[in-house]
Write a protein that binds this ligand. Structure first.
Ligand SMILES: [Zn+2]
Length: 324
């Protein structure tokens, strides 16, 4: 579907086998010399069919694809990149910092990452059988991200060509350590990835082997983006939107409210798991538990770094509170 005529941007909506997230938007940029692609979906049969259909519909052959970019290392964004690279021979680009995080988290020792994730959940009060079950989806996502592409790095701040136009690479860490967005300054069009989404709040969570205060990075990124005059934001999930400044204010208010709520719940001393259950409810399924606990920990650690909360380990379990 053509979403910006002048810039030649097409949206390709790809299905995702994830309960609360049933699609991802990939974008194709048509230029006089060929096509450029941003984010690619998971490597599932449905994704591969959708890409093949898009290529047939637009008369695109493998060699017409000049480059593939990914906004960040989450499997729904890069999972099919290795397959698409095999099909087209195109180079795959990711932000330089994100590439390093990806190597730390996934390339070097994926099993260790999953074990660290289980340990992290247990140390935050999650019962061990629930912590083990909560990482099942991580293994599924890893399997749907094979084969791994050969990544090239791009530096934030530089200009890249997508179609016939240039876009500035914006460094927008928080949702992931090295998330990048792409901004066309002639038409004020922002490809916002998972940094700014129109309806759902981008997940900000603490994971093993990553930035220790991701919420701080995210709030700083939001502040940095205030000055951008965006006429159209094209996100990785949901519909295109124009009210970017308003959306930034909503996201800032959302996190401020959540921080206030969690600070109150932590007051007398509590685990992240018990705070998480009070905020997100007690009927979370296995995958939601991991997301919700890690999101809670990101908020609590933000307040620990600010000096508003303390944390101490009691018998291997982290207790957060205001006067421990
Ligand atoms: Zn993401």
């Amino acid at each position: 579907m053509l979403v910006h005529e002048k810039l030649g941007i097409y949206k390709i909506r790809l299905p995702l086998p994830i309960k609360n997230l049933n699609h991802i938007n990939s974008y194709g940029f048509k230029g006089s010399e060929g096509w450029y692609i941003l984010d690619v979906g998971l490597n599932t049969e449905q994704t591969r069919l959708a890409w093949r259909k898009f290529m047939v519909d637009h008369g695109i052959t493998g060699k017409d694809v000049k480059a593939i970019y990914v906004t960040h290392m989450h499997p729904d964004h890069f999972g099919a990149a290795g397959w698409l690279q095999g099909l087209t021979g195109a180079p795959v680009f990711i932000g330089s910092q994100e590439r390093m995080t990806w190597q730390k988290v996934w390339q070097n020792n994926p099993e260790e990452t999953v074990n660290n994730l289980v340990d992290m959940l247990i140390s935050n009060g999650v019962p061990s059988h629930i912590a083990l079950a909560a990482t099942k989806d991580v293994n599924k996502m890893t399997a749907l991200s094979q084969p791994i592409p050969e990544f090239n790095s791009i530096e934030p701040g530089r200009m890249v060509q997508l179609g016939d136009y240039s876009y500035r690479v914006l460094f927008t860490p928080g949702h992931s350590d090295g998330h990048i967005c792409f901004f066309n300054e002639d038409f004020d069009v922002l490809l916002s990835g998972d940094h700014l989404l129109p309806r759902i709040t981008p997940v900000i969570s603490l994971w093993p082997n990553i930035e220790v205060n991701p919420l701080n990075s995210y709030l700083l990124s939001l502040q940095d983006n205030h000055h951008l005059s965006v006429k159209l934001a094209l996100p990785a999930h949901g519909e295109a939107f124009a009210n970017v400044k308003e959306r930034i204010l909503e996201l800032q208010a959302h996190h401020e409210n959540r921080l206030r709520l969690m600070k109150g719940l932590a007051a007398g001393g509590a685990t992240a798991y018990s705070i998480c259950q009070q905020v997100f409810g007690e009927n979370l399924d296995d995958n939601d538990i991991s997301l919700a606990v890690n999101e809670t920990v990101a908020h609590l650690m933000y307040m620990v770094y600010l000096g508003e909360l303390e944390v101490e380990s009691r018998n291997g379990i982290s207790i957060f509170g205001d006067h421990l």
